[in-house]
Design a protein around this ligand. Structure first.
Ligand code: ADP
Length: 449
């Protein structure tokens, strides 16, 4: 019952689906293998959006941006650890990736910002919906329209090499039935390992007690698969903790809420950080508070602009109040302190100058429209920046930086683009930009062999 195709795509998150569509459109026959019962991986959970500079949608909105700014701010946010070649490719191809999605009926024309970015370059759906579900359903429609086969509940357990190139993959379904798929090329798009506590603590013992925002399938199995055929890894200990995670549910409170104007306050009712500093800095400032948690505070205006906020309220994660005094009361915060803090922040919004923490972005309107909401948050494991070594063709490199023929990787399974700290909105950009490239390159390789 063995199958055969030009390109096997391992994983059906954003990277895998984009790669599959592109490889198909370049003439390759493609099979997608997904170990979970559903498609979408961690991408389903992505909330903020997709970063890109010098896009048509920015131009339409009158936003002035430069690729060079995007490059430099990402490098600075990544603590100068980013791989410069990969980062150049990323920044250069981001606008084309926004257009590629648009051509596929996936329009991200609504702009906001995330921590560490100086201008609105995070592209979101116009409805205000979270980007992940929107992206996956749009990509899946394209997969279905093209008749690309998706094998669910099926893991790739081995990549078979012959004479120094890919020959086949072994797969195993949930009943334990094994199958061999012969193929010319493989694209590994299996995501990160943020849900594999053992692997996380192996690289970072200090993260033992943290909750994870990741889906169950984020176990790093693709890294093991590739290491078995000699692949190298980079930055494996660079694991991102996201600052705003509701701890009882491990539910991530999107950075786009802060991008839309929310602030963070301590149990003392005080701001303590530039809320839109990079994720590592904001996380560390929360951990440094005496309670090791904080509250994200927002008002009704932010709710009307961001569907995610409605979701959090619907899930019962937010404390709601008609006045700030009432909110303070419900949170056991000193009301005077909270009111003073918000009034002070509102003054900074008016003058567009934050005298306390130097916040420069997402100061969109004063927080003065009831109801007021607060969600208690603390950091959680969110993204594994490190992973498999690739070049700008998404070719997997072995431990001596030599190309492993016919093997490509894209998305969170790879390392290098984000360096020591990933910027919000750069993961979606990463998976689409390098997913398209992997599809292109694998299809061209398959044609030649
Ligand atoms: P990215 O954001 O890089 O696209 P995601 O986490 O969104 O990554 O998607 C990766 C997908 O790969 C997940 O749906 C996950 O279940 C799947 N996956 C992981 N390991 C395997 C494997 N060995 N075989 C098949 N699918 C896998």
């Amino acid at each position: 019952d063995d199958k055969s195709c030009d390109v096997v795509v391992v994983g059906s998150g954003g990277a895998g689906l984009a790669a599959a569509i592109e490889a198909h459109d370049k003439g390759a026959s493609v099979i997608i293998v997904e170990k979970m019962p559903i498609t979408g991986g961690n991408t389903n959970k992505a909330s903020a959006g997709m970063n890109a500079a010098e896009t048509r949608f920015q131009q339409q909105a009158g936003i002035i941006d430069h690729k060079e700014w995007f490059y430099n701010e990402t490098l600075k946010g990544g603590k100068n650890k980013n791989n410069p070649q990969l980062l150049h490719y990323f920044v250069e191809h981001a606008p084309a990736a926004i257009d590629w999605l648009d051509e596929k009926g996936i329009q991200l024309n609504n702009l906001t910002t995330t921590g560490g970015m100086s201008v609105d370059r995070t592209h979101r759906p116009s409805s205000g919906a979270a980007v992940g579900g929107f992206l996956i359903s749009g990509l899946l429609k394209n997969i279905n329209d093209r008749g690309i086969e998706v094998m669910l509940d099926t893991s790739v357990t081995e990549i078979e090499m012959k004479d120094g190139r890919v020959n086949a993959v072994m797969v195993c379904d949930e009943e334990g039935t094994e199958q061999r798929i012969s193929t010319k090329a493989v694209i590994v798009a299996t995501g990160g390992f943020g849900a594999n506590a053992q692997m996380v603590t192996h690289y970072r013992p200090d993260l033992a007690d943290f909750v994870t925002t990741n889906h169950k399938g984020a176990t790093g199995s693709g890294i093991a698969l590739l290491q078995k055929i000699g692949a190298g890894t980079v930055d494996m200990n660079e694991i991102q903790i996201h600052p705003t995670v509701e701890q009882n549910t491990a539910y991530l409170i999107s950075e786009s809420i802060r991008g839309g104007g929310a602030i963070l306050i301590s149990q003392q009712g005080k701001r303590f950080v530039n809320e839109l500093d990079t994720r590592d800095k904001v996380s560390n400032s929360i951990i440094a508070l005496p309670e090791h948690y904080a509250y994200i505070l927002f008002d009704e205006q932010i709710c009307t602009q961001n569907k995610a906020a409605e979701t959090y309220i619907g899930k019962g994660l937010a404390v709601q109040a008609a006045t700030l005094a009432e909110l303070a009361d419900k949170l056991a915060i000193d009301p005077e302190s909270l009111i003073n803090t918000v009034e002070r922040y509102n003054q900074y919004v008016k003058q567009q100058h934050d005298e306390d923490f130097g916040r420069t972005t997402g100061m969109r309107h004063p927080l003065n429209q009831p109801s007021f909401y607060a969600i208690q948050i603390a950091p959680g494991i969110h993204h594994t920046m490190g992973g498999i070594t690739i070049n700008t063709n998404t070719e997997v490199l072995d431990t001596n930086a030599q190309i492993i023929k016919g093997v490509y990787a894209a998305g969170e399974v790879t390392g290098g683009v984000h360096g020591g700290n990933r910027i919000g909105g750069n993961a979606i950009a990463d998976i689409i930009i390098f997913g398209i490239q992997a599809g292109d390159q694998a299809a061209a390789y398959a044609k030649k062999h």
